[in-house]
Each structure stands twice: as structure tokens, then as C-alpha cells.
Design a protein. Sequence first.
Lengths: 331, 306, 435
Amino acid sequence: MPASNSAVTGSGHTSRFSLSPLTSWLRLSTSDGAENGLKRAHFDDWKLPVFLLIPQLFVLLLFFFIPSFRALIQSVQLTDPFGATVQWVGFSNFVRLFNSGPYWSSVNVTIWFTLAQNALTLGIALIFAFATNHVLRGTSAYRTVILLPYAIAPAVAGIMWAFLFNPRVGPIAQMIQALGIGWDPNRSGNQAIALVVMAASWKHICYNYIFLVAALMAVPKSILESAAIDGAGPIRRFYLISLPMIAPTLFFLVVINFVYALFETFAIVDATTRGGPAGATSILVYKVYQDGFVTLDLGSSAAQSVVLMTLALGLTLAQFRFIERRVNYSV
Amino acid sequence: MLEKTPVLDLICHLILLLGAALVCLPLYFVFVTGTLSQEEVLVVPMSRLPSNQFFVNLATILEKASFGRQLLNSFVVALGVTVGKLSISIIAAFAVTYFRFPFRKTAFWLIFVSLMLPIEVRIVPTYESAANVALPLNVLSTWFDLSGLFSRIAGRDVEVGLDWNMVNTYPGLILPLIASATATFLFRQFFLTVPDELLEAALIDGARPMQFFRLILLPLSRSNIIALGIILFLAGWNQYLWPLLMTTDLQMSTAVVGLKKLLPPPDGLPSWHLLMNAALITMLPPALVILVLQRWFVKGLIDSGK
Amino acid sequence: MKRFFRIGLVLTATALMPASAQSQTKIEFWHAMSGALGERVEELVKKFNASQDKYVVNPVAKGNYDEVLNGMIAAYRAKRQPEIVQVNERGFLTMIYSGAVLTAADLMAQNGYKTDWTNFIAPVVSYYSKDGKVQAMPFNSSTPILFYNRDHFKAAGFEKPGETWQELEAQMDAIKSKGASKCIMALPGDYEWSFLENYSAVNDLSYATKRNGIDGLDTSFVFNKHLVGQIERMKRLIDKGVMEIAGQGINPVQLFAGGTCSTIIASTASHAAVQAGAKFDWSAVELPYEKGVTPKNSVIGGGALWALKGHSDEQYKAVAAFFNYLASVDTQVWWHKATGYVPVTKAAYETAKAEGYYKTNPTREIAVIQLMRGTPSDNSLGFRMGNSNQINVGIMEEMQAAMLGKKPVQKALDDAVARGNDILRRYEQLHAGKQ
């Protein structure tokens, strides 16, 4: 039978490409004897794969590589918003950025925001996961309900929470005020951050929850049973055995939560506080948008983009470096 | 469980009920507000019990706020992102795992790098790229002075300019969102776990690459495709920042962005009832997807985390 | 098996298609008017379209002034800009240095219209002129005035608001203590314009050097020397519970028109909303000033219309025709009555007066009187700063911090000045050498 594509099978043929230091550090090779992501059984041909890759690479070129490159370029330029006047100004955008009070205050807000959101989301999700894992009846019903916020767009969640907590008309705000607490996120920066953190966490708990439930289910029953025989109650079993065993998942979720809080919460801020009052909820990603699209300080926005890009790169590398090996989950 | 713990069981059930309430209570308030009329909305404190204006409000937003059109746009975008991303990703993943060719690893790294930068960190230049997609070609054209070249050939002044503006268009909404390689990477991980024996057997039968892909790999990937498709659909439906920038025309906005326009305007009465009604409708399709396809959805989430 | 390619390389061949041969020339007019004012714009444009059959103007509401400006810039960069765009008054410098606009005076002259620019009222002409030529078509000019709820004031025993801030504050305290209302003043959303800039103009205080930027790009903010008392007053009013910040989702003018707050300092263009919504006895007076000061004129707000480059001669004929229509007496009188914006031409003002319009609607004249009061000093000619959007965001943030007690007032003012000057210097650097 003629095979128009010569293919290579068998383990005699190994890849000639040497592992670059970066690849080995990332440990991206996986199971099945595949080297560097190439299947042991594969085709030797270049025309077809190039053809198959063109759509992906082309879209990436247009909407990823070129914009990222232009962000780098714009960060060292001073631009008139109309594009008529452009000056090369070296690193002065960055210098100005790092010298600007509002930027550091934004960094500060972002740090607090991500930490608070992480703690709240992970903590509550863990409690729910433990409870789900423990009870016998109704697990799927609980799971379904707790999962629902995933369907809700962050922007919609933001609008909902802004309404619920609106000092004038919001039902929950009125309950708070009935307790005697003066609630007005338009006046108090701390309350504004609290509002955004609550909305962001509410929306993200389900994501953490799903992973934690699966991870807890994967803890080997045998270990738990022997611990029970030794007299450990369910709660002791949880924090002595289950928690350490799901540590990789916890770590993974911490990183995911950071990424979520840093980048995907733009919508929540825009729908609720718009960075206010007085910049109290102006997280980094919101400031990039504000400077780029509202106040039209393009050089500063580009410089901020570059800083965020570096941060994003670091986080993703950390994610792959530490979370590479995964326990097999049963779903 | 391993022993009888009635107290702990009760506490756990209470916790879970609390969790369910945490989710349902806000939704309930939203629903109630969505059923009020304009006058009822202005009453302080607002009613905690639903009224009867749900469909009236729905009709209002569909007519006056172009909400119906926006729902359609959301659907088109979500579907477009799903289908687009799935299709280009699966073939790219196939290319990168099943073929040995020069620069294979380079191609893989190029794709991998795009995982690292979410769109939020490069919004301004991505917007500019979409606003004038042919910009790089224009730059090239300037470098090589194509205008001058063609002018000399034609004997007259010719200006070579390419202009392709995607603002307020469906491609503009969809294409930049498929420019990230999450799906490619996931398919690649999956393909790597497919037993080599399958390809070996197919080769013995004289299969060509695309036949192998179509007849063996695709069916094998079915559950992954569905799971990932669900996640992508939800993500596409819930997009906010990108549609916000890409559409200045209310007729082309998506529902999520359109909601923002329904926020009480500076010049009128606060129409919370309309806003909450719209919010509820916007939540429905994704919620339905999750409810009906829950098993696949959860699988997709877990897989994408690996 | 070939998968479909989502990216078909279908390129449009030419950048700008010429206006197709149609019987009517169509042009786009992007504006920032919403709600009641937006409806008036639609009516106005409809009337123009109906008055002739050569040109059709298509009005597009693009959001607020910032959104219109940004949208227009984005469109301009993508070569999709409209013919006419409404920009707020403080965007003047940004527009003329953009390289994207045609001078209104030139446009009218080239299209054969003998527009009498001296007919426009002095504050408007001086604001929008450069090198002796009017650069943009004045359209909706306003100025802030003080609206008040007569019922509340009467209940506390006052006939009308005092003329000075000191009197007014005493009155507001009295109204609150007598329980006539719970919110005495709503803080307007554009308080930077009314409470800071116009306050400086009326009380003859310098906001920035070089006559507030009119004399050159090397202007610097100096308001941190003069505005301490004013910001402290605002903070005091908020802390006392006399003044309310509206916040997200609530419209300050609505707070007044709904009867919640007794006063608001708002644009005279709020007449439309107030008249429509207020179910109580209301009126208006001029802005309060500091005791012991002879008040100067206030400065205009609102916007003007700009013609953008990059269109055909036919389309510019349409633009000129539309501009000419806007400047006509009848249109101006109608627009003034329908919206509350001041009549920008002397002829329109005189006509309204002659009709006796101000006898029946005295509050409508307050803005004009206030604008033309006395002779302008160096501090009340207007404001001319580049990147005003950016500057405003920074100033408002600092002022918010001061009013909410997060920063001492003087420090907030100093920081605001520093941020503003930083932006001014960069604007100067970018446009160095331009006149």
C-alpha cells in the first residue's frame, strides 16, 4: 500500500533537537515517550502542517504579536492622541510612571485587592468543598447551584452587586444601614474596595470549588480509612491528610486567583465603581484602560501595559513551572 | 462516610444551604427588581416581592434599547469565538504534535507564548490593530515605497493604501478573541495522551494524515471538544472589555456591554427595573448551558486547569 | 480535508471612497447630547433636513463629551471620522493642534457665506477665536447658575438665596436645622467647572498663568494658592450633611428636580430637565461670590461644532450650510428656548428680549446676564489648556480625596496642580514650536 507520506514509527527514531534550557526548566515533555511534544508515531512532512498552522499563526500575528510589539514601541513614545505628532522619548514614560503617586496607589490597591479576593474565594470555596465532600445526599444539587455564578459575566455580577449595595436603593445596603452602619461606597474608599472584592469573590468561588471538590475526591480512601481507624475524626483527617494532599491544587488555585484578580476583574470595576472614589478601586488593569481610552495618555498606558505584560509572563511561567504535574481527577 | 457524624453532617448541610443562599439571594433580588414598574422602582425601600411587570419590561428593553439585537450579537460572538477557536486550534495542535518538520518547536513556542498575555494587558494596540488591520501592510508599503513604484509603472500618481477597519463588525469582535492559544495547548496535551498504536495501525492501513485526523482523532476528541466548546461559549458570551472597545454602535454591542448602557443615565430617571430585567436575560443562556451540559462543563473546567 | 479559513484576505482596495454620486449629500454629526437635550438635537437636525433638499445631516449620539472625543479620535485614526463633531469648550486646544480640523471662519468664507462673526456674543467669540479667527462653530454655550427650590427656602423663611457664599451657607444651615429639607445642595457632576473654574473667574482669581493659558503653551496651574477656602467650604458642607454627593447611578440634577435637594449649581442647560421634572416652585439666581468681591463674569461651558478634515468639497458645502442654519436668528431663538443654552448671537438675544420672553421666563436670562457682566479681567476670559480631559480626571481625583477627608486640602490642591502641570508640560513638549 503506497503511503504518500512517509511516516516514522517505532522508538528508534528520536528527536534531534536538543532540549533548550528553558524547555527543561519548564518540563514540558509529557507521557508516552513523546519527546518535546512530538508523538513517537508521527508524520514526516512539512507542507501539510504548515498549511494547518497558518490560520492560528496568522491570527496570532495580527492580533497578538503585532499589538504586543506596538505596545512596546508606544511605551517609548510621546503621542498626540490624533496620531499626528509622535516623539521618541526613551524611558521617560516609565520614569514618569514609577514616579507618579497615582500609579503606586494603584499598585497598592491591586495588591490588597488580589490578596483579599484570593483569601476570601479560596477560603469559602474550601469550606464548601469540604462540606460537599462530607455529606452524602444532595451533593449534585448543591454543586449545581453553587456552580451557577460561572454563567454570569463579571460585568453582570458587578452590576448586580452595585445595585444590591447601592446606598440609596439597594436591598442589602438597606439591611446594612438598618444595622446602623453608614454604608456609602461613593464616600468611603474602603467600602468601595470591599464591594468590588465581594463581587469578584462571589463570582469566582465556583471555579475554586469545582477544583477543590475534585481534588478532595481524589484523595485515596485507603489513607483516610486507616486514619479513621487510628481514631482521627473527619475534621482532623481533613487538615492532617486531605489538605496536604491537595496542596498542588491549592497552589494552582492561588495562581489562578491572582490571574483572575489582576486581569479579569476589569469588568467588575468598570460596572461598579469605575476606579473611584478618588482612585480607591483603580486596579492596574483598570488604569491601563483609563489612561488609554479615557484620558488618552497613550504613552503612560503603553508603559503600564509593558509592566503588566512582564507580570503576566512571570505568573504564567510560575504556573507552568510549579503546577506542571497534576493528579488525575475523577469527575 | 467512615463514621456517623450527625452533628457535623448537619453543620455541613447548613453550610451548603448557606452557600446556595449566597448564590440565590442576589439572583432573587435581581429577579424581583426586574419585575417592578418604573414607579415601584422609585419607592424607597424597594419592594422585596415580585411584581407583575416582567414581560412589560422585557418588551421595553427589546424595543427601545435594541436589546434583542444585542442578544443576537452575543450569540453570534459566542458561537463565532467557539467555532473559530476550536477549529483553528485543533488543526494547529494536530500539526504541532503529529508532524516532524523544521521549526516545529519554534511554531509551538510562538503559540505557547500567546498564552502568557491576556488581552487586557494589550488593549490599546490590539484595538489599533483591529481598527486598521492592514496597518502592517501599510507600513511595509511605505518602507518599500509601493506608491512610488506603482506611480512610476502607471505613469501617474498612484497611492497604495489598504484600509481594513474592523470596528463595529463581527470579525472585529470575534477574531482578536481567538488569538490566544489556550485551546491549542489543551488539544496538544490531549493528543499527547493518545496511544501511538492508533496511528501505527492507521498507517498500516495506508491512512493519510487528514484521514487519520478525521476518522480517528476527531471522534476520540469529541468529549474534549464539547467540554472546551462549552467553556469557550461561556467566555465568549460573557466578554466585556473587548466588545466595549470594539463597538461604538449600540446595534453592534453585545448584551453584556449593552447592560452598561442601561445603567441609569445622567439625564433621566433611574431605570433599575429595566437594567435588572436585562441582566437576568443576559444570564439565562449561559446558565442554561451549564445546567443542561453540567457534566461536560465540569470536565472541561478541570481539563483546562491541567 | 481543508478546514475553512476564517480569515479571508478580502481587502477593500481603496482607502477612501469618494462620496458616491447621490442626489443628496449626506454628512454625519456626532454629538454628546443625551436625554431631553438629545431629543432637541434630533428635532433641530430634522428641521434643517426638512428646510432644504440638497443636504442630509445624520445626528449620532455618541455618549458624553469624553466618549465623543475618544470615539472621534479613534475614528480619525481609522480614517472613519464624521464631518461634524461636537466637542466641549475645554477641548479647544486639543482640537486646534490636532491637525484634524478646518477653521470654521475659513470654511464659511470658502463656501460663500458672509457670516457676521461680530454678531456672536463676546464671551463666545473670545473663547473660540485664535489669531482673530473663530475656529469652531459656536453651538451650545452655557454657564453655571444656582437653581433653588423656592418652597424649601420659603419654609425656612428666606425669599431667595443670598448673593454671597457666606450668606448662602448661613441660609443652608438654617434650612437644614429647621428641617425644611434633608439635602440642601447636590454636588454637581461637573463641579470642577462650576465650583473651581467659574469660582475663580467670578472672584477674579488666577487659575493658571498666562491668562489661563490663552497666551501660550507654557502656562502653569496656580489655583492651589486661591482655592483652599473654597475646597474647605465644600468639605465642610459635605461633613455637615448639607451637601450631598450623588454617586453612581444617581443624577445630581435629578436630585434637585425630584425635590430631594434644595439647591444645585448646574449648567443653565439643565433648564430642560428641571422644567420637565420639577413639581414644585423653583427659580434660579446668579452664582454666589465671596463677600467683599465685585463679581466678574462667569465663563462659558457647553460645546461647539468642529468640521473635520478628510472629506470632499460637496460634504463641506453641506457642513457650511448646516452651520449657517445654526447661526440664524430663528434657529438660535428656538434652540435657546427649547434647551436653556444661551443664545450665542446678539441678534437672537435681542429678539428673545423683544418678544418679552424673559418677562415670562426670567431664569432664562440669568446666564446671559452673568456671562456679559462687567468687563472681563485676565482671569475671566476663558481657559485654554491642552489635554484638558486628562487634567480634569487628575484634578477631580485629588478634590475627591480632599472632600472625603483622605488628604489635607492644601496637599490635595498642591498635588492636583502638580499633576496638571505635568500634563501641561508634556503637551507643551509635544507641540513645541506651534503657535
